[in-house]
Design a protein around this ligand. Structure first.
Ligand code: ACO
Length: 381
């Protein structure tokens, strides 16, 4: 039987596209593990750097491995002048995800060639992409505000450096830790759309820069990472707890998708939502309450009342924006921040695929016309 004759699975839902040892989800039990470690434990005790190492290597790093990794990242955080000039050439109104997608591909053009299958070349690209992604996001943010980019510091963590490069001042410990945990929570998530996009591109033996750039494009869409930005905009439109039910009823009656709810794999509340809420609770206790959080809680109640039976519950994008807003981050930078985190997962998947690569080339079920004779233009009606 040819591939074309097989049964169609829309959206390849549930079709395994690879064997992977990187992360694991039980969508009915609300379980997420990275390399066998529960996400709750990593959120509580790990850092983004440690998690990125874990995802790539399969083991938690020793102290000396982690220190060396931190130094290696520091050494390649800064951008060449040509990249800064490029970022400055984009319109200030451009969506930062389009800028990031272009900039990751462009970064590859500034770097040495990455030979497919070469471990040392791959390691160099891994460090460069992980380290430079926050620098790109922060530099474009400053340039579009009319400010000079701020160079990274060697003594700050990945998360703290991002906030420092964005604001030009060292973040307080709470803000840096909150962002760090959010990055841990977003670092990998099995064969999601952007990871699959990265693997498809890499499967052609293209390089990691091309592949991560493609993944950023996939993450931008509102059905995937782009939902976080839209959740906040919805909550702002709703405005107050009293308005929630009327707004939600309107969405239900128009069959509109409510951003931040539903998931292809989870049929219960996303475990990352619980972790983000507990992070938010701690942050609000220290930095002050956010009224929009009350709107979100009411919206969760109303949506789950109505759609919970269909397995529709908050996903990771529902609470992340509220936290980022409290950190003073611009709404259209929420998805780029997701990309900063997910770069760790994308790169771990590329490395895994490099060991046993096979070109992705699915079949299709042809439903078009067959074997027609060409019609000269004067004979067409
Ligand atoms: N609001 C209202 N109804 C929904 C929602 C939602 N957020 N999500 C799914 N549904 C409904 C659909 O309308 C559909 O109803 P029907 O059976 O009456 O036609 C049913 O649930 C199945 O929905 P699908 O979109 O077919 O399910 P799928 O598994 O393809 O969708 C997805 C998963 C795309 C995430 C979907 O839930 C959605 O669009 N959610 C909103 C966007 C969002 O928050 N995306 C972020 C996901 S997390 C991430 O990628 C990081």
């Amino acid at each position: 039987m040819t591939a074309e004759a097989k049964q169609l699975v829309p959206g390849l839902a549930g079709v395994p596209a690879a064997e992977s040892a990187i992360s694991y989800i039980d969508g009915n039990a609300g379980v997420l593990e990275y390399r066998g470690y529960p996400i709750e434990q990593l959120a509580e005790r790990s850092t983004f750097e440690e998690t990125a190492w874990l995802l790539m290597h399969g083991q938690l790093p020793t102290k000396s491995q982690l220190d060396a990794f931190g130094r290696d990242l520091s050494a390649v955080r800064e951008l060449p002048d040509g990249m800064l000039a490029l970022l400055g050439a984009f319109p200030k109104t451009a969506h930062p995800m389009l800028v990031l997608q272009s900039a990751i591909a462009a970064l590859g053009a500034f770097e040495r060639e990455v030979r497919f299958g070469d471990e040392e070349d791959f390691r160099r690209a891994w460090l460069r992409i992980l380290a430079a992604t926050p620098t790109i996001v922060a530099a474009f943010e400053r340039l579009r505000r009319g400010e000079q980019p701020v160079a990274p510091r060697v003594d700050l963590s990945h998360a703290a450096n991002f906030l420092y490069m964005l604001n030009g001042e060292e973040p307080d410990e709470i803000a840096a830790r909150v962002l760090d945990v959010a990055l841990v929570l977003h670092a990998d998530h099995t064969m999601n759309a952007s990871t699959f996009a990265a693997r498809v591109v890499y499967g052609t033996n293209a390089g990691p820069y091309d592949s991560v750039s493609a993944a950023v494009g996939a993450l931008h869409g509102p059905l995937h990472g782009g939902a976080n930005e839209r959740v906040l905009r919805s909550l702002e439109t709703i405005g107050s707890v009293e308005n929630v039910r009327a707004w939600a009823d309107q969405q239900f009656s128009s069959k509109g998708k409510i951003m931040g709810f539903g998931h292809r794999v989870y049929k219960v509340k996303d475990p990352r939502s619980f972790a983000l809420q507990s992070l938010g609770d701690k942050m609000f206790a220290k930095l002050g309450h956010t009224p929009i959080y009350d709107v979100a809680l009411e919206l969760e109640k109303v949506v789950v009342e109505r759609l919970g039976d269909k397995g529709i519950h908050p996903n990771v994008d529902f609470f992340s924006g509220i936290i980022y807003q409290k950190l003073g981050l611009p709404t259209d930078q929420f998805t780029p921040i997701f990309a900063i985190a997910r770069a760790a997962g994308w790169l771990a998947h590329l490395h895994e695929q490099m060991q046993d690569n096979k070109l992705f080339r699915p079949g299709q079920i042809y439903v078009g016309e067959a074997s027609r004779d060409y019609v000269p233009i004067d004979n067409r009606v």
